[in-house]
Design a protein around this ligand. Structure first.
Ligand code: ASP
Length: 344
């Protein structure tokens, strides 16, 4: 088991004159990792401040306050940690002198972590998630240039009303649509058929799209337990029954095509619904979304009639985040979930 390290250091201030104030919250990820000299494997760096001193250009763009939150590979992040992160971001953004926040985060769960904050940060100032695909020991590390782009974006007058964004390899993506699509290459994120919001070149932001809409939900005292279960040809639905019998408040089913499942999965879903579990249908297909076209048993229309919620264009991990936040608002009236899931 990987050794986890959470560090809480005193905030570090780097000041320059007549520049905007930006908070840089460090949560971890490859961007603050180095190669272990013994094994060669990428591990969290001992001092996250080193990443700032390695990028002297940052202090020419903004007055940066560094706030250590954790030093975790993002595979270890949880919705509870994102709740705390969201509260910290809101607290920072309420500072009238602060232009915005950059969040240094691992790329593996950045798409859903950024969406959690997109749904819960109430202040309308720039919040930019940034990371890197190559760590700081790598001669081709993309960390420094990504950090420069992220801080540039926060300070740019072009970057407004975008909600939370994910900015890597020059591209600015909305947290709602962004997905990690490449496991090793620096061009690791895109927004599929929804497109980018803009890009950063030579410390200038180019705005190409407005944000279509944004929902804000409050963070409940206790987040419900929501599992994700994948459908596949020949599945017997056993995992849905297991989750139902072991405390799930909600289940996200990743189905096929426009949102269909096979018959045993359909029967397991009706069992879950009969036990009061909220079931949301997503699709394994990266673009398009769930639209209930088919009326056969297991087709999208039959799922909807049985009381399942269709997730629209949200992939399973993001549908899970939305369900965790929306379920406490609707309690047992799951039909009310439609106002959250089809709000586009
Ligand atoms: N495993 C790393 C993480 O998500 C990957 C990265 O940051 O690029 O923390």
């Amino acid at each position: 088991m990987r050794k986890l390290l959470i560090v809480f250091l005193f905030p570090c201030f780097i000041w320059a004159n007549d520049l905007s104030n930006v908070a840089l919250i460090i949560t971890g990820g490859t961007i603050v990792q180095v190669n272990d000299p013994k094994t060669g494997a990428s591990v969290p760096a001992q001092s996250v401040e080193d990443i700032l001193t390695a990028v002297p250009e940052l202090s020419k763009i903004a007055n940066i306050t560094t706030i250590p939150f954790s030093n975790l590979d993002s595979s270890q992040m949880t919705p509870e940690l994102w709740s705390r992160l969201s509260q910290l971001v809101v607290q920072q953004l309420k500072r009238p002198d602060l232009r915005g926040v950059v969040i240094v985060h691992g790329t593996d769960t950045m798409a859903e972590g950024s969406y959690f904050l997109d749904l819960t940060v109430t202040e309308n100032k720039p919040v930019v998630f940034v990371g890197s695909m190559k760590n700081s020991s790598d001669p081709h590390s993309d960390g420094p240039s990504n950090l420069i782009d992220a801080v540039t974006q926060v300070c740019s007058k072009e970057a407004h009303d975008w909600g939370v964004t994910v900015t890597l390899n020059n591209y600015i993506n909305s947290a709602r649509y962004v997905e990690k699509v490449q496991s090793t290459n620096i061009q690791a994120f895109n927004s599929g058929d929804k497109g980018i919001l803009g890009y950063v070149v030579n410390q200038k932001v180019f705005r190409v799209n407005d944000r279509a809409f944004r929902q804000i939900l409050s963070i409940p005292k206790k987040l419900p337990k929501v599992d994700i279960i994948y459908d596949y040809a020949g599945s017997d639905g056993a995992f849905v029954r297991y989750a139902t019998d072991h405390g799930a408040d909600g289940i996200i089913v990743e189905g096929f095509g426009s949102g269909n499942v096979n018959v045993p999965m359909f029967q397991a879903i009706t069992y879950a619904i009969s036990k009061g579990v909220a079931v949301v249908i997503t699709t394994r297909v990266p673009e398009g979304g769930v639209f209930p076209f088919y009326g056969d048993v297991g087709g999208g229309e039959s799922l909807k009639e049985a009381g399942a919620i269709v997730a629209g264009d949200l992939p399973a991990p993001k549908a899970r985040i939305l369900l965790m936040l929306a379920l406490p608002m609707v309690k047992s009236d799951h039909s009310q979930l439609y106002k959250y899931f089809l709000n586009y």
